[in-house]
Design a protein around this ligand. Structure first.
Ligand code: HEM
Length: 566
């Protein structure tokens, strides 16, 4: 009898949940259908699956593991070049969005209306950050914490960081040199270790030596990331996920709180020794944030306390956690792609080497010291900047999603109005950067477009280039990115050469392939491993890292190889 009651109660509960899901889905799809009838552009739509089947069609064209946004970008460019905007309904996987990829409509979303960040983004970031974070906060809370962290990322503060970034880049270089003649390795792994070491130093003043040894904080973050997905239900619904993430989250919080407290006590000690002087805090992001916070809360009051203010420590910890994520993967993935384009287009490698000779003189050994003494020399490397910009255009690793805002209407080029009070927005940088209306010869690698004068046919529309987004929600870390990428290229590309090893990597995979995999391939056919001819396609990882960790070889540059490449 008890079993019968249990079964019938469970059955009734499941039925209720099922009916509720049907009802919610129906109400949602009715709203989309309404927008469809009003003429909102969208791909072929279905009451049951929304646009999932259309998206799947484009996903089937790209290699396994390639980023979903690349499939979305293909869809955008192929089906909506005229409106540069369309509605995408993949609910319940993600809320419906107006996908946009024209500079004018992007400006409306990010600058004119500055639509808020959606709740769902904040929920998805929570396991990584631990609490409200700068990337997904809104309103006054965001404004306040952005102003607290702005000084730490200012151009001046970043110039103060050049010296230790150089030290980290020199370790990266040393590691590359150690790999000469030693076979294939993952460039992505080396690059990520470099950017991680840099962000630990810049944000926490932590001399982690992460390029040479593991770090408890980063191991915990990586474990959280291994159990994290922004969309994959197989990962999101795994019951073990919250347990693993909570455990590692505690490790991260306890480590960061420890470092903050240590810096606070040191700062207090310095103040006590020299009461009259302005506090000589180290210039890490966190130290400058603490300074800004103290100034805001009433001069020395914060520094008079026995322990670091709990409210500040809690928020700062969440932000450090998000900086560790935002500051490593994207920059590392870009660095890998810069080496990739320099291998593909040796004439640009040659041009950069000429530029380095002109700016830093012919004696390479002196470059690091020169840059430490005079970081502003970085501003003289115009061709280097152009190459990095063109790489950022073609391999942009991030975009922005925004929430709906009641009463807001955006318009496309033809004046068609799209209400964004039920659907949010997805500014699709990958499609925007390849939009052939605004980018002449959009698919070609042409760094010269960033060197020509206004009036030239290649001169870019500034609103169409937004790797770091525009407006008040732009990337806080962009100056750091520029310094890191320029320094890495300057200090490694003059005498070292990277060659991708995908051919050898694929041959290894083939050799190690088991019978079952071979049988599967025989039955279902070989799935594609390139995207538009690109084997180093961007993957569905945070920062869109290059496929398979970018297997490569490194060698000394051959004498005269530059001249040969011209
Ligand atoms: C190549 C490297 C990078 C790229 C392409 C990039 C791109 C972006 C983009 C597109 C946004 C806007 C995102 C949105 O609206 O949701 C953003 C925001 C942000 N980025 Fe980056 N980023 C990079 C590196 C970094 C680094 C090194 C940091 C260091 C801490 C960082 C920290 C942040 C933060 C905190 C925000 C949120 C800013 C706010 O809303 O106030 N990013 N980034």
């Amino acid at each position: 009898m008890a079993w019968f009651t249990l079964l019938s109660t469970t059955g009734a509960l499941l039925c209720t949940v099922f009916c509720y899901a049907i009802r919610v889905t129906y109400i949602h799809r009715c709203k989309i259908n309404e927008l469809r009838k009003q003429g909102m552009p969208m791909p072929k739509w279905n009451w049951v699956t929304g646009h999932l089947l259309v998206l799947q069609k484009y996903l089937d064209r790209i290699p396994t593991g390639a980023s979903v946004v690349l499939a979305l970008s293909e869809l955008a460019r192929e089906e909506f070049p005229d409106t540069e905007a369309f509605l995408l309904d993949v609910w319940p996987i993600y809320p419906p969005q107006l996908v946009v990829f024209g500079p004018e409509i992007c400006n409306q979303i990010c600058n004119k209306y500055n639509l808020p960040k959606p709740d769902i983004a904040s929920k998805m970031m929570r396991p990584i950050s631990g609490g409200p974070d700068l990337v997904t906060m809104n309103g006054d809370e965001w404004k306040y914490w952005r102003s607290i962290f702005n000084p730490g990322f200012s151009t001046g503060a970043m110039a103060d960081n050049v010296s230790h970034i150089i030290d980290s880049v020199l370790v990266f270089r040393e590691k590359l040199v150690e790999r000469i003649g030693k076979g294939m390795f993952s460039l992505d792994e080396f690059a990520t270790q470099l950017t991680t070491e840099v962000i630990l130093k810049v944000t926490l003043d932590d001399d982690s030596h992460y390029q040479r040894s593991p770090h408890i904080l980063i191991s915990a973050l990586r474990r959280i990331m291994d159990w994290h997905s922004f969309w994959d239900p197989r990962i999101r619904l795994n019951p073990l996920r919250p347990l693993v993430q909570t455990y590692n989250s505690r490790i991260m919080t306890s480590y960061i709180r420890g470092v903050l407290e240590k810096h606070f006590q040191e700062a207090k000690g310095k103040n006590a020794q020299d009461a009259a002087a302005t506090p000589k805090l180290p210039k890490s992001v966190i130290a400058l944030a603490l300074k800004a916070y103290s100034a805001d809360k009433g001069a020395d009051q914060v520094l008079q306390q026995n322990h670091l203010d709990d409210g500040f420590a809690e928020y700062a910890t969440w932000q450090i956690r998000v900086f560790l994520l935002a500051g490593t993967d994207t920059t590392a993935s870009m660095l890998v792609y810069v080496y990739h384009v320099l291998e593909k287009y040796p004439q640009w490698l040659h041009r950069l080497r000429q530029e380095f000779d002109e700016v830093f003189g012919p004696n390479q050994a002196e470059t690091a010291a020169l840059l430490k003494k005079n970081p502003s020399l970085l501003n003289n490397c115009k061709a280097t900047v152009a190459v990095i910009k063109e790489t950022l255009r073609l391999y942009v690793p991030a975009g922005t999603v925004r929430d709906s805002l009641p009463g807001t209407v955006v318009t496309d080029l033809h004046g068609n109005a799209y209400p964004v009070d039920y659907i949010g927005a997805n500014v699709l940088h990958q499609a925007l950067h390849l939009n052939s209306r605004v980018w002449p010869r959009a698919d070609e690698f042409l760094p010269e477009r960033f060197l020509v004068e206004p009036g030239h046919e290649l001169y870019p529309n500034p609103d169409a280039f937004r790797p770091f987004e525009h407006g008040s929600r732009n990337c806080i870390g962009q100056t750091l990115v520029w310094n890191e990428l320029k320094l890495a290229v300057i200090l490694t590309c003059r005498d070292l050469e990277i060659r991708d090893a995908y051919q050898e990597f694929d041959a290894e995979v083939e050799k190690r392939m088991g019978m079952v995999s071979k049988l599967k391939r025989y039955i279902f056919g070989q799935s594609t491993i390139t995207l538009n001819g690109e084997r180093a396609f961007q993957t569905d990882t945070s920062g869109m890292h290059a496929a398979n960790g970018y297997p490569c070889y490194v060698s000394w540059a051959k004498q005269g190889s530059d001249e040969d490449s011209m």
